[in-house]
Design a protein around this ligand. Structure first.
Ligand code: PGA
Length: 256
């Protein structure tokens, strides 16, 4: 069975005090009973990984980075490596987020290099895929998502189902308040699972596929109850401890 994962992507929000107080408030609100059933992670900005990680020590909440560079070290001004993420306690890292693809020119090839570098450092990549509104309206959802998956996973092995996580995030649903319907999301999640099955066989049934895009406490139950939706990558609602805790609770009650 797949254990649900709920990851809060804080994006470029919070000063240090804000990040620390958000973690403290989450630690008070998250019921250990839910945490027995759900993996929970938070992804602050790079600068806050280390202090946030210190507060999370000894708790089941996982530390996640929002991006990474694929080299281990060297003359790469401004970049951070998988080894450095590991060193401050990260166990997960988001790659290929649509904001990185559209604002910073991230390509499938770059995503693939990051995925391999993370896996070899023992960090689980959360690989984001998703179509724009124009692509959806042109009937190209499966083409776009399929080729993002093929690109990201080129020469990547998958033996256990825990090597990587996929996040389906339709670009038109991110930060817009316009969530995909459970049926729209499930259709793409099931397509992703069959693509993974074609690549990796039965182990694909163990890979977690998260939904992301305007997830809120009031729309999450119907999403997580879909067969191939195994959790969420949460942006806006992860910045409020009450909303994020409620989403974790729903995953614990309704999840797979
Ligand atoms: P949102 O962001 O929940 O604010 O739509 C999701 C994401 O970008 O991961």
């Amino acid at each position: 069975m797949r254990r649900p994962l709920v990851c809060g992507n804080w994006k470029m929000h919070n000063d240090l005090r804000g990040s620390l107080s958000l973690v403290k408030s989450l630690l008070l609100r998250l019921d250990p009973v839910w945490l027995d059933k759900v993996d929970v992670a938070v992804a602050p900005v790079f600068l806050h990984l280390s202090p946030v990680g210190k507060l999370l020590e000894g708790t089941p909440i996982l530390l996640c980075a929002q991006d990474v560079f694929w080299e281990r070290e060297g003359a790469f001004t401004g970049e951070v490596s998988p080894y450095m993420l590991r060193d401050v306690g990260c166990s997960l890292c988001i790659v290929g987020h649509s904001e990185r693809r559209s604002y910073f020119g991230e390509t499938d090839e770059g995503v693939n290099r990051k995925v391999k570098a993370l896996i070899s450092e023992g960090i689980t990549p959360i690989i984001c895929v998703g179509e724009t509104l124009e692509e959806r309206e042109a009937g190209r959802v499966f083409d776009v998502v399929g080729s993002q998956l093929d690109g990201a996973l080129k020469n990547v092995e998958c033996c256990t189902g825990n090597e990587f996580v996929i996040a389906y995030e339709p670009v038109w649903a991110i930060g817009t308040g316009r969530v995909a319907t459970p049926e729209e999301a499930q259709e793409v999640h099931s397509f992703i699972r069959s693509r993974l099955e074609a690549m990796y066989g039965g182990v694909a049934r163990e890979v977690r596929i998260l939904y992301g895009g305007s997830v809120k406490p009031d729309n999450f139950a119907s999403l997580i109850s879909q067969e191939d939706i195994d959790g969420a990558l949460v942006g806006g609602a992860s910045l409020k401890s009450d909303a994020f805790s409620e989403i974790v609770k729903i995953a614990a009650l309704e999840g797979c």
